[in-house]
Design a protein around this ligand. Structure first.
Ligand code: SAM
Length: 244
């Protein structure tokens, strides 16, 4: 029997999930940054800055950004460090092209190399990166454990993994408001701003299907990392897991 997995609240054949995810990101690529600002009231910028603060980077480090999309994270790294070599990857050509264009237009292309690649099968040798980052990407993977093991494989022994992802609010009243906002406002914003309610309905659903803070920490440790801690942001709407 064909193995099944979830795509938002729907059950789909596991070998078809990346196609469905691909359709979502082809559809949203053009206006991805605008929608990110609108949905998060610009807060995703702050979350990404906090991620860089937790990176333990220094000049000369080698970084891999998985599921990089429009290259927001490499852009911020380049703002702070001028001699860091960044490998920028995404499974989706439309998103990666937006990232590459941004690197050219905003003058950090010289520190980057780009690869169209799945985070579940990284085209890199073992133990070559000081830092691996994945921002709002892991949620979309078909096999998250496979992705985490790949990230562990390509990290140097003392390397750092940072996972920035939507998570679970810790306050139950806040959680109700957040649910209302996610299912009533976010798809409408998608419809109004970019004429695409469906992709943003998927976003809200995929967040609910993603493991919470503790479960993700357990997965990270099971994938071979020796230590992992997480930081809740906005009452746990978002969490950053830092693993070594
Ligand atoms: N990292 C960027 C950010 O923080 O703004 C982009 C995040 S965007 C919500 C999610 C990205 O994950 C998309 O660009 C999508 O193509 C990518 N993605 C989804 N599944 C993936 C996979 N299995 N491997 C690599 N990238 C994937």
């Amino acid at each position: 029997m064909t193995e099944k997995t979830h795509f938002g609240f729907k059950e789909v054949d596991a070998d078809k999930k990346s196609e469905h995810v691909g359709e979502v990101f082809h559809s949203v690529a053009e206006e991805y940054d605008l929608m990110n600002d609108a949905m998060s009231f610009g807060m995703h910028r702050l979350w990404k800055k906090i991620l860089i603060e937790l990176s333990e980077l220094s000049e000369g480090s080698v970084v891999l950004d998985v599921a990089s999309g429009t290259a927001d994270i490499p852009k911020l790294i380049n703002k702070k460090f001028k001699s860091i070599s960044m490998h920028v990857t995404d499974i989706n050509e439309s998103m990666l092209t937006k990232g590459r264009d941004r690197a050219i237009n905003e003058n950090f292309f010289h520190n980057c190399s780009f690869a169209l690649a799945s985070g579940e099968s990284l085209p890199y040798q073992d133990k070559i990166f000081d830092l691996v980052t994945v921002g709002f990407g892991l949620r979309n993977f078909t096999d998250k454990m496979k992705g985490l093991k790949e990230m562990k494989r390509v990290l140097k022994p003392n390397g750092v993994l940072l996972v920035l992802e939507f998570s679970k609010p810790t306050n139950s009243l806040f959680s109700k408001v957040y649910d209302w906002y996610s299912f009533n406002i976010i798809p409408k914003l998608g419809s109004l701003l970019v004429d695409d309610a469906q992709s943003y309905q998927y976003l809200a659903e995929s967040i609910r299907m993603h493991p919470d803070q503790e479960a993700l920490k357990g997965m990270i440790l099971d994938s071979g990392f020796a230590e992992c801690k997480f930081y809740n942001l906005v009452n746990g709407v978002v969490a950053i897991h830092q693993a070594k």
